[in-house]
Design a protein around this ligand. Structure first.
Ligand code: PGA
Length: 246
């Protein structure tokens, strides 16, 4: 299975910095890399990044989409427009969207369904908060989120899952490899129960992945790539993560 390393730039970058970052990575990727690479810039920078990675194997991804194809939804972006702009992936259900915009599993499911209909691969994010973890609710939260966020028609081939413990995002804390392996195994199980099959399903880990810890995390059982926030803005460190894939 080819590893996927996706850079989630979040709300960072300018046209100039995006172009420089993407072009630098594209030049390296053209010479060969150990993983499939996706860059997910803020929506207004998609075209600049698309142009910068043209002719390289780097794929374009977005950070969110609306559940509808078009209409009166001020400020939102449809999966169909993302597809037309050259996207192959779209992140849905990121914990920052769930927290900042009150996105529920049902909303995430509708967004993932739109992504699939538009021909995009959704990267469906799940993960427990610190409080849920402290209360011993991790596996219950993961089961509910995976089952509730997967739309009809999701398969191991057209969907990517991401496990992102909320307490590990942007904090410098990472889950232990034993915890990661256990949650990834559970996600695979729930995916299979919900979608019917999970063979070949890619499950990314996210939460303070950086060059220094990537090799250990990416070698963990059931981990098929990473969703990288902060470190994806540092071209050298992001490249280290890519090259740390087994
Ligand atoms: P981080 O973010 O790598 O900065 O922790 C990961 C994410 O939120 O996707």
């Amino acid at each position: 299975m080819t590893y996927l390393i996706a850079g989630n730039w979040k709300m960072n970058g300018t046209p100039a910095s995006a172009k420089a970052l993407a072009a630098g990575l594209a030049a390296k990727a053209k010479a060969g890399s150990k993983a499939e690479i996706a860059l997910c810039p803020p929506a207004p920078l998609l075209s600049a990044v698309d142009a910068a990675v043209a002719g390289s194997p780097i794929a374009l991804g977005a950070q969110d989409c609306h559940a509808n194809e078009k209409g009166a939804h001020t400020g939102d972006v449809s999966a169909w427009l993302l597809k037309a702009l050259g996207c192959r992936f779209v992140i849905v259900g990121h914990s920052e969207r769930r927290a900042d915009h009150g996105e529920t599993d049902a909303m995430v499911k509708a967004k993932a369904a739109a992504a699939l209909k538009a021909g995009l691969t959704p990267i469906v994010c799940v993960g427990e908060t610190d409080a849920q973890r402290e209360r011993g609710e991790t596996s219950a939260v993961i089961a509910t989120q995976v089952a509730g966020s997967l739309p009809e028609g999701a398969t191991a081939a057209n969907t990517v899952m991401a496990y992102e413990p909320v307490w590990a995002i942007g904090t410098g804390k990472t889950a232990t490899t034993a915890d990661i392996a256990a949650v990834h195994a559970q996600i695979r199980e729930v995916f299979k129960a919900t979608a019917g099959e999970a063979g070949g399903l890619r499950i990314l880990y996210g939460g303070s992945v950086k060059g220094a810890n990537a090799a250990e995390i990416l070698a963990t059982a059931g981990v098929n790539g990473a969703l990288v926030g902060g470190a994806s803005l540092d071209p050298e460190d992001f490249w280290k993560i890519i090259q740390a894939c087994p």
